[in-house]
Design a protein around this ligand. Structure first.
Ligand SMILES: *C/C=C(C)/C=C/C=C(C)/C=C/C1=C(C)CCCC1(C)C
Length: 244
């Protein structure tokens, strides 16, 4: 075995939780993608696109996790760039899922664009706060948070909630569960941001050592991604089995 290759394995297998969560994240996303893709063929026609999108979300994440894992092993740093490229592709696709399941109750394309626009604003401002303009991370975090709350509002009380109520009991139930993912599962990300960004919590640095802070942030993001992307897909999958 090549020496560098051996060292990589050693890094994952030792008590490096960051490397380990990148590794297991890659595996979990890959396995979920295979599952969703194969299940498309066994799915009632009207739910096929939704299950396919679930697979695309985990597949895009699997590829990014593969790169993030390698980047982190080689440099020891946070793969912030790949992380945000992943999110900017997968979070809008999660918005597409809300649109697809409420479409038969009359969801309009304008609703989809509102959700996508809010998610792009949320992520681009978050990226500025984490990279280009770290000095103003609190400000960027607040703007990003506002866009996040707009998404929460649309899903819990706004158009998505209203449409879901008219789309039959199964869709209403699935939307309620997905709404919890967005409210509780997605709220973990600002926590990671606060842990990893100097001044993230209104000037407070929760983890003093910057290297440790970045590690804490990566572990939080990795766990949240697995729960949100795979869990979200499974809710869609079970909806596709509960209603013809
Ligand atoms: C699969 C990836 C998902 C569901 C990513 C979601 C990311 C967020 C909800 C990020 C939100 C942020 C804030 C609300 C404020 C601080 C900056 C962010 C980008 C971490």
């Amino acid at each position: 075995m090549r020496k560098e290759c051996f060292l990589e394995h050693l890094k994952i297998a030792s008590d490096n939780y960051v490397a380990f969560t990148f590794f297991i994240g890659t595996m979990a996303m890959m396995a979920s993608s295979v599952f969703f893709f194969f299940e498309v063929g066994n799915t009632a026609k009207k739910w096929r696109t939704s299950v396919l999108v679930s697979g695309l979300i985990t597949f895009i994440a699997a590829v990014h996790y593969y790169y993030m894992r390698g980047y982190n092993l080689a440099t020891g740093d946070s793969p912030t760039f790949f992380r945000y490229v992943d999110w900017i592709l997968t979070v809008p696709l999660m918005c597409v899922e809300f649109f697809l399941i409420t479409r038969k109750a009359g969801a309009k394309i304008s609703l989809l664009w509102k959700l996508i626009a809010a998610s792009v604003i949320m992520l681009v401002t978050g990226y500025f706060g984490e990279t280009i303009d770290r000095g103003n991370s609190v400000l960027w975090g607040v703007v990003s948070g506002a866009a996040y709350f707009y998404i929460v509002y649309l899903i819990w009380f706004g158009e998505v909630a209203k449409l879901a109520q008219n789309a039959g009991p199964q869709v209403a139930k699935a939307t309620r569960i997905l709404a919890w993912f967005v409210f509780a599962g997605w709220a973990v990300y600002p926590l990671g941001y606060i842990l990893g960004t100097p001044g993230g919590l209104f000037g407070m640095q929760l983890v003093a050592d910057p290297a440790k802070a970045a590690h804490a942030m990566d572990i939080v993001y990795n766990i949240a991604d697995a729960i949100n992307k795979i869990g979200f897909g499974l809710v869609i999958y079970s909806l596709s089995r509960s209603e013809e």
